[in-house]
Design a protein around this ligand. Structure first.
Ligand SMILES: Nc1nc2c(c(=O)[nH]1)N=C([C@H](O)[C@H](O)COP(=O)(O)OP(=O)(O)OP(=O)(O)O)CN2
Ligand SMILES: [Zn+2]
Length: 153
């Protein structure tokens, strides 16, 4: 019995200082139009092509949110993934899902909703809700073949 306890303590000791990444997937469906308000239709057409359709078009966005940090010795968590899921729901899904990004989402009133700009907006919203000692990375798939990554660097 005593021998078992010693082994257990040693195993726990080995976890100290280990850095682990936890990830949570999410998705939202949204419409957008890529264009600049200060350009003519022709200028926008030349740069953004079919994405400049004035009647908008939509994507099934997929998200992978990753948090990296030290394992808490008491809980065994980097952070509770349920807590991360709740942050994503409130900060991203509730704000973006089934919305027109250009018309419905304040962050894109004057910001072109490209995948690059969307991932930075999402990162900033989630960053505010995560402990400062944890690192955050967000990967956003706009289509199954097009995706962007932002780590705040
Ligand atoms: N750098 C970026 N380029 C493009 C973005 C972007 O956000 N950043 N966005 C678009 C459009 O939103 C467009 O709707 C993307 O769709 P599409 O070109 O149809 O992408 P697919 O992966 O479905 O296309 P395939 O070529 O059939 O693989 C364009 N560019
Ligand atoms: Zn698009």
């Amino acid at each position: 019995m005593e021998e078992e306890q010693v082994i257990l303590v040693n195993e726990l000791d080995q976890q100290i200082g280990l850095i682990v990444t936890i990830s949570r997937k999410a998705h939202f469906n949204a419409a957008h139009r890529l264009y600049r308000k200060d350009w003519t239709f022709e200028q926008n057409d030349a740069v953004f092509g079919k994405c400049n359709n004035p009647n908008f078009h939509g994507h099934n966005y997929e998200l992978i949110v990753s948090v990296t940090g030290e394992i808490n010795q008491e809980t065994g968590f980097v952070m509770d993934v349920k807590f991360l899921a709740d942050i994503i729901k409130v900060e991203v899904e509730d704000q973006f899902d089934h919305k027109n990004l250009n018309l419905d989402v304040p962050e894109f009133q004057d910001l072109n909703p490209t995948a690059e700009n969307i991932v930075v907006v999402i990162w900033n919203k989630i960053r505010k809700k995560i402990k400062s000692e944890l690192d955050l990375e967000v990967v956003l798939y706009e289509t199954p073949r097009n995706f962007v990554t932002y780590k705040g660097e």
